[in-house]
Design a protein around this ligand. Structure first.
Ligand SMILES: Nc1ncnc2c1ncn2[C@@H]1O[C@H](COP(=O)(O)OP(=O)(O)OP(=O)(O)O)[C@@H](O)[C@H]1O
Length: 437
């Protein structure tokens, strides 16, 4: 029996919504026509009831957006673009994106981006430049700020005490690194070091690793980001850890925020918290200890010169200013990934200037400093103060126009075309935005 083509739509819709790939499609004007569940999850958008897709376009002006626009302009696919970024929930995400033109019966009708979430895989293969060829120790950790010096002092004492330790701090603050340094500075140095990257584990992995651990008399067990594991698996992990009994193993775990908040919002099992928290060490975010930024960068560039014989000496004054005022939500790991991206493009340059900064980083900086700052500001949430309608609409309009201008790299004619308004009208609005009216 032949199947009517139209009757397949529900199947297509179901497949798109349930796919393990993030899917985002736009029409020729850059307007979103498909934005699936996985894409929302990747980007940290928690907007279940968002029926009007045009509203989504106000939220999504990032690197991916510009890749889609590039494909629309060129008609050529762009494949295998790897990107690590911190989404709106502050989660570190690594995706590999393929973007294709979509051709209808009468020519190109838009573009589609397929994003593979490879965060877990990336965690396993991540090899930061600064830890190559050396055993991690406390001296591998940049600690110029008073806050970080005190973290190191406490961690040294904890390594001696041989009690379970809980490391808390935002993503990329160096919890993983600190756990490694504690192991290498403890009586357990030289014995096996087990890392359980909790977000990527299932029941069988936990059981298998615990079985291996139970055979070791001395070892260190580091449970990385227990708060990102479903509660059911946290219960299993706790049961397995408790069944290991008394021993001379060192237990360390890490979480990405305040333990009590995480327990209260159901992300952290109270029992698991108590298991690890004989000693708790909080690593503050980079923005609260900016004294660590420049020594880290200097150290990184010094290693780069040594390993690759590059000529790079430092950053231009404008780039230094940008780095000093940006808030670094991904902390030193974000700095490191950015430096990796920039330095991979260097040839004979001695200075990193604005032109060498990646587009996605410039957009993030812009987003942080533009006056109608955050897209989230335009979504109503509980407890939010109400603005008069005309103020709200004006701010939303300023935000939208500024972002569209960014997408078209300042080309008023193209932006006006995409916005369905005259060039003069757009110019008039942009002038008002510039004058802060
Ligand atoms: N204080 C630091 N000194 C030197 N390098 C650092 C420091 N903090 C972070 N880094 C760099 O950032 C990388 C990532 O840090 P790490 O994985 O330890 O962070 P994390 O807090 O465990 O993050 P997550 O919560 O996402 O697991 C490290 O491998 C290291 O290269």
């Amino acid at each position: 029996m032949a199947i009517e083509k139209d009757s397949l739509w529900p199947f297509y819709e179901f497949a798109v919504e349930h796919a393990a790939l993030g899917i985002h499609a736009v029409d020729m004007n850059g307007r979103t026509v498909i934005y699936n569940e996985k894409m929302k999850q990747i980007e940290g958008l928690d907007l279940d009831d968002l029926a009007d897709r045009s509203v989504l376009d106000m939220f999504r002006f990032g690197q991916e957006e510009s890749t889609l626009m590039k494909v629309i302009k060129s008609g050529e696919p762009v494949r295998n673009v790897k990107q690590t970024y911190w989404n709106r929930n502050g989660q570190e995400i690594t995706t590999v994106n393929d973007t294709y033109p979509v051709i209808g019966p009468e020519g190109m009708i838009g573009a589609v981006e397929l994003a593979r979430d490879v965060t877990t895989l990336e965690k396993f293969v991540y090899q930061p430049l600064r830890t190559y060829d050396e055993t991690i120790s406390f001296t591998s950790i940049t600690a110029e700020s008073e806050a970080m010096k005190s973290v190191i002092a406490t961690a040294k004492k904890a390594a001696d005490a041989d009690l379970p330790v809980l490391l808390t701090g935002e993503t990329g603050t160096g919890k993983d690194l600190l756990a490694g340094a504690m192991h290498n500075d403890s009586a357990n140095a030289g014995s096996p070091y087990y890392t359980l990257f909790c977000p990527g584990l299932d029941s069988a992995d936990i059981h298998r690793t615990m079985k291996a651990i139970s055979k070791e008399e001395t070892c260190t067990v580091f449970c990385d980001r227990i708060d990102l594991m479903p509660i059911k698996l946290q219960e299993e992990l706790l049961r397995e850890l408790e069944s290991l009994g008394d021993d001379s193993r060192q237990y360390i775990a890490s979480i990405g925020g305040d333990a009590f908040d995480l327990i209260a919002n159901g992300s952290l099992l109270k029992g698991l918290y108590y298991f690890f928290s004989s000693i708790t060490i909080y690593i503050p975010p980079l923005r609260k200890r900016m004294a660590d930024l420049w020594p880290f960068i200097d150290d990184y560039l010094e290693r780069h010169r040594r390993r690759f014989g590059s000529a790079v000496r430092g950053l231009s004054p404008e780039v230094r200013e940008t780095f000093d005022s940006y808030t670094w939500p991904g902390n030193l790991k974000e700095v490191e990934l950015l430096l990796e991206e920039i330095t991979s493009l260097l040839t004979t340059e001695t200075e990193i200037n604005q032109d060498l900064l990646p587009h996605h980083f410039k957009l993030k900086v812009q987003e942080e400093f533009s006056p109608a700052k955050r897209p989230q500001d335009f979504v109503m949430s509980e407890g939010q103060e109400f603005l008069p309608l005309d103020t709200y609409l004006r701010e939303a309009e300023d935000y939208y126009l500024t972002k569209v201008m960014n997408v078209f790299e300042g080309n008023v004619t193209k932006a006006a075309q995409a916005l369905g308004m005259s060039r003069q009208n757009l110019q008039y609005h942009l002038k008002k935005i510039r004058n802060g009216q």
